[in-house]
Structure formats: C-alpha cells, structure tokens
Design a protein around this ligand. Sequence first.
Ligand code: PEP
Ligand code: MG
Length: 589
Amino acid sequence: MLDTNVIELTLNGIGASPGICIGKAYLVDNEGVDVVRKYFIEKENLRHETKRFKAAVKKARDELKLIIKNSNEELLQQSYILETHVVMLKDKMLYGKTIDTIEDEGINAEWALKKVVSNLKSMFQNMSDPYLKERAADIVQVSDLVMEKLVGAEAFNIADICKRVILIAYDLSPAKASQIQLEKIKGFVTNCGGRSSHTGIIARTLEIPAVLGLDNATEIIKNDDIIIVDGTTGAVIVHPTEETLVKYEERKIKYEEYRAALARKSHLVAETTDGFQLPVMGNIELPEEVVSVIDHGGDGIGLYRTEFQYLNSSVFPSEEELFNKYLEVVEVITPKPVTIRTLDINGDNAIAQVSNYDEAYPALGLRAIRYCLQNPGVFKTQIRAILRVAAHGDVRILIPMISSYDEVCETKRILNEVADSLDKEGAVFNRDVAVGIMIEVPSAVTMADVLAENVDFFSIGTNDLIQYSLAIDRENSSVAYLYNPLHPAIIRSIKHVADMAHEKGIKVFMCGEMASDPIYMPILLGLGLDELSMNPQSIPAVKSMVRSLNMGEIKLFMQDVLKQTSATSVMKLVQDTYGSIIYNKIYHE
Ligand code: PEP
Ligand code: MG
C-alpha cells in the first residue's frame, strides 16, 4: 500500500548496472568496522599481538575460501575477485607491513592495520589509471574483513535475507555481493563505488540493476520504503507516486524486452543495412573476463590492459608468468584476435617497492611507453612473453601513450632486438605480429601521417585523448561537465587520425569509452572507424545500433556534424536524427 503522506523524492547516483527494479528497501548497515582506539603493547606481549593478527587473517582467509567454494554458477567467473582478495590478505604491503608496524611501534593490531591501510589507500588513490585507483576499495574491503575478525564483529550475512528486496548499503564488498542470491535481491544501491568498482562489475555480471556512489542513500532511505532503481540513468526514486510507479513498470517491461532481443542477436555480425561490417571487440583487464566477451558476442579482444599482473605483486612478474596469463586469453579467444597492450602504468606507483620517483602530475609523467623505454629490462620481458604467445593465436601488440615518432622507432628497435634473441635461442615465437599504437596524446594526432607510415594500426584511446586535448583531468569531478566526446575538437581529431590512417593504408580502431555508447555509432562510423572495442556488457547494444544504421545516410548526416561548433549542438543533431532508434525501444512513452 502506498503511503500518500510522503513526498516522492528522486536521488541521482552513478548508473553502474542497467535495468529497472521496483521494491522494498532493505538497509544493510556495514559502514566499515570502526576501530576506536590505539594502545601500546608491552614488549613481551608483542608476539602475542602479531599472533592475534595472524589468526584474524587466517579466519578471514578461511571465510573467503568458503564463499568461493559455495559460489553459484553466475558468480564463478567473478571468483577471481575473491581469489585476489585471498592473495591480498597475505600481501607484503598489507600483511607484512602490519606485522612490522605492530612490532616496530609496539601498538595494537587494529591500529597498526588501520595505519597501513590508510597509507596503501592513498597510494592507490593517487594513481592516474582509474582502474588501479579503484583498487583502493579492494584494500579497504580486505582489511575490513580482517578487522571484523580482530574485533569480533558480527558479520552481516546477505545470504540470510529471506524476502525479495532492494539492498541499500554504505558499500558492498565483493565477498558480501558474492553471497547474493539472485532470487532474493532485486537490485542494489550504495553510498560508495563507481562504474568500474568491483561492486559494479558484480552487479553487471549478475545483471542486477545497481546505482552506486549515491552519497547519502543510507541516510535518506529507510527500511521498507518503496523505491525504484533505474540502473541505466542512475536515478533512485523514493516514495514514488502511483503515476510514477505505472510509468516505471512500463519502462521495466520495455527494458526487459529490449535486453532479451539484444541478447538473442548479440552473435550476429554488426553490419549496417547497406553492408558495412564493423568488428565489435571487448576490453579486458584479466584473463577471466574473456568468457564475458564471448558470451556478449564480441568479435575478439580489442584491448587487453596488462597492468593488473604488475600491481598485485611486490616484484615484477617473470616472462613465464606473463606468458601463461596471455596464453589463457589466447587459448580461449582463438581464432578471434587479441590485442595485448604493453604496460601502461606510472613508474612512481607501479611497483612501489622499487620506486625512486615522486611525480607532481602523474598523468603527464613517466607512464606507459615512457616508463617502458626507460626500463628496457621490464619492457623486454613483456615483449618476449607477447611474441612467444603470438605463436599460438592471432595476437596484436598495442603501445600506449605514444607522443612522438622517436618513441615508435625506439619501440620497434627493441621489438626487433627481442625477436632476434628469441630466434637465436630457438624459441617458439612469431615475429610477424601487427604492431599498433594508441592515439591518446594530442601530438600523436598531429603527427598521425608520419606515425601511420611506421605502424600497422592505430587505436584511439578517447579516455586520455579527451583529457589531454581539452585539458580536463578525467578524475576531477568539478570539471567533469566539460569532458565531452562530442566536442568538435575531439571529432576533428578523430577525423584527422582516421583520414591519415586510411591515406597510408592502415586501419583505425577505437578502444576508449566513447566506443561503448550506441548513440555515438553514427558519428564513429561516419568518421571511418574500422573496429571498436569496449566493456563486454556494451557489445550487444552497440552491435544492435550498428545494424540499424545506413552508411549512405550517415555520409550525409556527417556533413552537418562537421559544421557544428559545440558539443551541445552535435548532441542535439545526433539525438534528433538517431536518438529514437535507442530510446523508443526502452523509454517510449
Ligand atoms: C584510453 O585512454 O582511452 C584507454 C583506452 O586507455 P586507459 O583507459 O587504459 O587509459
Ligand atoms: Mg589511456
């Protein structure tokens, strides 16, 4: 029964997993585990204190392992997140450092853990790569679990929920989210987290609507409140009126029909009505994600970000470790192609233990290819692993952050040197690998004609290209309103890059987030993109959009697009011309 004395309220957060759900709120109060005090431990009791810490870690570890063992089918492919947490529990940076802090400072385990975690958290949060930045959340979740065991807090168990509800939580750790029983939870809303947080990844894997990053959700929403969660737009409506409820019920049905239709057709080729075929590939960070690319109809891997293996370790991974991980990907995706991007990480933060750097502007600092060229040993190890794995499938190499011709020459010199030495050793490898570069720095756009003569393909990284071209820190929320892929400067840059690539006879791909939004398809096709790569979940909708378009019509439409002088007018033009294709299906009113 609706309460007519309350007023409808719309809250806006980050739509992290699309879809709509309507139901009663169920509040989960798990705002970290608060440690109230620091105290000193007598020298003779320090051993006992470290033992207490080790026992808490063991309990946390056992609990995680049990959750992994009992994971249901859908979550099995995400269990790597929990496996990562198991590894993190024993990581030197967390485990070893906490023990050192207890012993060196003579303090209690809770306070030592809190101190170590707070340092690690700020280290991760200062990283320029958003993916790595979000790993700060993993550190907090892992340490919260240990803290629970240390202070003997009663763990909240999602598996105990016995009615169909929408979860409202301060944050949801992957361990907690993994216990969700699909038939009990309709959706979730959290105060913390963003689209690429693990909670978001899990929500998308389970295909449960989720709105995250809604600062004060747990304060505003009360138990049993009727709420609507729209994970597509990021809206959460509390106390909806009868009229709003009817409207969203209809939207929900339309959305479900739309998803079902997309899924049925996700394995069809993305071909325009006049016969232009566009390969639509998936971006991955971990080998486990390949399955998701295949399930969503991906034509291959257009971007394999290789940073994760370097992050989770206090030493650089060996050639064999890298080779084995890459082989996992190649074996699953073959005969489709996989594009392995070489290390794109900041030298100062990558491997904290061996860092000598302290950079004021990491995004403009010693990152990606710059770091690799200054650390040829690290680079060569990775190249050796890639050339070896290239003997087992269709592998391409992608070099990030190229800003000059000299960097291309130096990179190719190293590639040749590595190939020569593999040859001498009689190793099984493939030296004829396509070598492409990311176009994500404005100087690479300007030099596209020269660069195109020296590489096999381009892949436009719009995430960074927009940040550097428009001078907008992609992490700074106060200038986020200026971060617009449809800015005419960005459209012109993409056009120049595509024209130069085609003039020199190479292909041009896109693997930045711009490639994942169906509304941009008419423009990307019109600009001449030969292939797109995106998060796997976006593949079906992008393919479907491409199949509704006509290249002949797009050519005419582009003449108008190129005359526009602002992002707003480009958006209006594309919405007016093509918006109905997408929105009619979902939100036709
Ligand atoms: C990009 O910059 O668009 C890109 C794909 O790379 P990353 O997001 O990893 O910087
Ligand atoms: Mg980039």
